[in-house]
Structures are given as C-alpha cells and as structure tokens.
Design a protein around this ligand. Structure first.
Ligand SMILES: Cc1cc2nc3c(=O)[nH]c(=O)nc-3n(C[C@H](O)[C@H](O)[C@H](O)COP(=O)(O)O)c2cc1C
Length: 437
C-alpha cells in the first residue's frame, strides 16, 4: 500500500498540507467500524444513514455521485448534498463515493466534500449500462491506467485518504494484481464485492467469498479490507467475517430491507435483528422530517418505505395503494395521515391479539448447503427479500435444488457433499437479485 505522507506535513508551494492518514490510521481514527452501509444510488442518503447507524451500522458510504456533474452542476450538487451531509454530530464516520474517469473532475468534486467526510471512495464496481456508456465503474476494469491515475490524483492532492470498491475478475490471480495496483496507487481501504461484472440482473447469483478470502490472505496484512456480498441475516455478518478474516462487512440490499441487519451481536433479540415495520417506518419518517434540507432524503423516502414495509404491504394492499400515491413533494402531514399512522394502527391491532406471543415468534431453519439458514419472520417485521427469477423465488430454488441433491445422494449417484463446499450451480444460489450496481 502506498504510504507516503505518513508522519510529516506535506508542503505544496506555500501551502502546508495536513499529514495524510494511512489506511490503518484512518481505520483506527474512525473507531474500527465493522458494519458498513454500502454506497447505494438514491438509497444510502443522509436520513437512511442516520437510521442505519441507530440500528448498528458503524460506517456509511454516500450513494455514488457523478464526479463531473458534482464538480460542475450546482443543481446536481444541491440535489445530492446538503449542509447536514457529513455533519460531525449526525453523519460520521462517512465516506463519499464518486464515479469518474477524469482525474481533474474527480479531484474537483472530492475537494468540495473533503472537509465533511473521512475519506473519498472511487466506484469501480458499477456494472450497469449507464456506466458502460459513460466508461466508469466496473468498465474501468479494462483500463488499469485510468484507475491508477484517478486514485493517485486523490492520494497526492486530497486532505483525506482515498479508498476503492471493486468487483472481481473470473481469474483470482488477475484480481489480485488489480487489487495490488489499486493499493499501490494510494487506496487506503479496499472493499471487494465478490461478484463478476457480468453478475447483474437475472445473472446476479452468489458472491464468491472464497475469492475475497484469497485476496485478503494474499494482500499485505496491514491492508484495511472490507467484504461485500451474501449478507441476508445479522448472523451472516459474523459468518462472513470469520470466513474471510476481513476488517468489516458491507451490506446493501440486506440493509435496505432490514436496517436491523447490522445487529449481528444481538443474537435472537428480534426487536433488534428483525425490528417491527411500524417502528422503522416512524423512525425513518421522523429523521427525514428533521432533515428537510436533504432533498436526497425526501426523494428516497418512498422507495425506502416500499422496501422496509414490503412483507406488510402484501397483507395490507389498501395501505400499499396509499403509499403508491405519495411522492417527494407530498406534505409530511399527508405522509403521516396516509401511511405512517395507518401502519402504526394496524400493527398495534395485530399486537392486541391474545395469541400474539406465539404469532410473533421468529423461527430459524436448518443450516443450508450455502452455509447459512433461512428464518421465518412475521410479516410485521423487517426481513430480507428474495426476488423471483424464472418464476421461482431464491429460497424455493434452493429447496428444489436441495431436494434434487438429496435424492441423488439417496440413489448413490453423487459423492456426499463436503460441508464446506461452496454452492456452485445457479439453482443453489440463495441470493439471485436484480440490478446490482
Ligand atoms: C439500490 C442499490 C444501489 C446501489 N448503488 C451503488 C453505488 O452507488 N455504488 C456502489 O459502489 N455500489 C452500489 N450498489 C451495489 C452495492 O453497494 C453492493 O456492492 C451490492 O449490492 C452487493 O451487496 P449486497 O449483496 O449486500 O446487496 C448498489 C446496490 C443497490 C441494491
């Protein structure tokens, strides 16, 4: 890892620059966070970060901002970044993420935020068509010189450290070379999302923890290293950290559907691990209201509500219809009247049932071939979401696949599976999700 600028202040012309922190120093300074809210376009905005920290997140990333737009368009900046973003009392530690392919624009954008964040991250993982067209994100995996130049530019000129978030190549050795190049250019934290650039939409599939582990073991031991992928439940965080020996775990979709995902240490305390939807909806709403200057939070609220309330709304379609009618311009009183209070009243009625204690139980299933277990969670509690692919939801595909493999075992057709074996076939993949950036 490039460790220039460590002890002494850098001087540039007559300017005295603050000593740059190494990854290890930065990690220490921000309290050795282990649970990270992933960068998520339109979703990891101010209010969501505040809520997630309340439920156990210890570091958060902003959504990816487009560096050129951020540097040149005041309107874009106003929509994405307000005076409370990165505020010392409510929004730290914070890493601001950009996508870019031009070092000058990246530096200009990063300078605007450097006083209100702990580091600036470069997005090298976005696999979407828009990133292909704009030549950024995961499409820079084909252009290592640009990646190096972008990171070095920030490392040499910014007051805060630069970090990077990558996807993996099919070849682990090539991925290792890529990671080394990124660290050599000056990145101080490395986040590895264990999926290929091609793993998006219907082909998302399972992230590969083994390649992440290989990188972890092959890179210098002082590398501050975060893993991303395959986190459905709080306990998956512990499992992943133990498997990979990484410094922290980042979660995106798991966090969106259940902000309690970060409560890995809470064991079976369902109030923490699977919080009630009425409580989360109310808390999030109050945070958005309290930070009205954050346009990004107002814009994101409807989408967040659909996600945290998802299991509940399938049982209460009248409330779902009301939510569909709301938007970022709707007055807060209307949100209160049409969504928040009806959700609270309904859950309150549910809890007045005499047998609610039994009904409110959370059940853990058996350990599956993929290493974790599915939970059965009452619909009034936040929980992960399995998308349908080819008409089957992921857990059904797993069950089907397990049945098939058990039948094959019974018939002596295949060798007994190694317990540690990583699921290989698409059918065994629990996390088929769409549209990952
Ligand atoms: C709604 C959404 C928005 C995302 N936006 C970004 C982004 O802005 N920058 C980024 O690096 N990754 C982005 N991602 C990818 C996530 O950060 C993460 O790498 C990926 O979802 C895998 O993590 P998960 O399995 O916990 O969902 C996004 C993912 C989702 C679901």
């Amino acid at each position: 890892m490039a460790e220039k600028n460590v002890e002494t202040p850098l001087t540039k012309g007559n300017d005295v620059k603050v000593a740059m922190l190494t990854g290890a120093q930065l990690f220490e300074k921000i309290g050795r966070p282990t649970r990270i809210v992933a960068p998520m376009v339109d979703q990891s905005e101010l209010a969501w970060r505040i809520l997630s920290r309340k439920y156990g997140a210890t570091l958060a990333y902003t959504p990816m901002f487009h560096a050129k737009l951020f540097a040149t368009s005041e309107k874009y900046r106003r929509d994405m970044w307000c005076d409370m973003d990165g505020n010392k009392d409510v929004d730290r530690p914070l890493i601001v993420q950009f996508c870019a392919n031009d070092p000058e624009y990246l530096l200009s954008a990063a300078k605007i935020v450097q006083d209100r964040c702990d580091a600036v991250d470069l997005n090298l993982g976005c696999p979407q068509g828009i990133a292909k067209k704009g030549h950024y994100g995961a499409f820079l995996m084909d252009d290592w010189d640009i990646v190096h130049a972008l990171i070095k530019k920030l490392h040499d000129n910014l007051d805060v450290p630069v970090t990077a978030k990558i996807r993996v190549f099919p070849e682990k050795e090539k991925t290792l070379e890529y990671a080394k190049m990124i660290l050599d250019a000056g990145a101080q934290f490395l986040t590895v999302h264990g999926r290929l650039r091609e793993q998006k939409g219907q082909k998302t599939g399972l992230a590969d923890w083994d390649i992440i582990k290989y990188l972890r073991e092959s890179l210098p031991p002082n590398t501050v290293f975060f893993s991303n992928g395959n986190i459905l439940y709080p306990e998956d965080i512990t499992r992943s950290m133990e498997h990979i020996s990484c410094d922290a775990i980042m979660s995106a979709e798991g966090n969106l559907y259940n902000p309690g995902i970060f409560n890995a240490a809470s064991g079976l305390d369902k109030e923490k691990s699977f919080p009630r939807v009425d409580i989360i909806a109310r808390e999030y709403f109050e945070i958005v209201k309290e930070h009205q200057q954050s346009q990004a939070s107002k814009n994101a609220m409807k989408s967040h509500m659909f996600k945290v309330l998802r299991p509940f709304l399938t049982h209460h379609i009248d409330i779902r219809a009301e939510l569909a009618s709301l938007n970022a311009k709707t007055a807060f009183e209307v949100w209160e009247e049409k969504l928040i209070r009806p959700v609270e009243d309904t859950v309150q009625r549910i809890f007045q049932q005499v047998d609610i204690e039994q009904k409110d139980e959370v059940f853990k299933g058996d350990i599956e071939l993929w290493g974790g277990a599915y939970y059965t969670v009452p619909y009034w509690r936040c929980q992960p979401y399995f998308r349908k692919v080819d008409g089957l939801s992921a857990d059904k595909r797993i069950t089907k696949s397990l049945e098939e493999s058990r039948q094959a075992l019974d018939c002596g057709e295949v060798n007994k599976p190694d317990k540690k074996r990583k699921p290989e076939s698409t059918l065994e993949r629990p996390l088929q999700k769409e549209g990952k950036v």
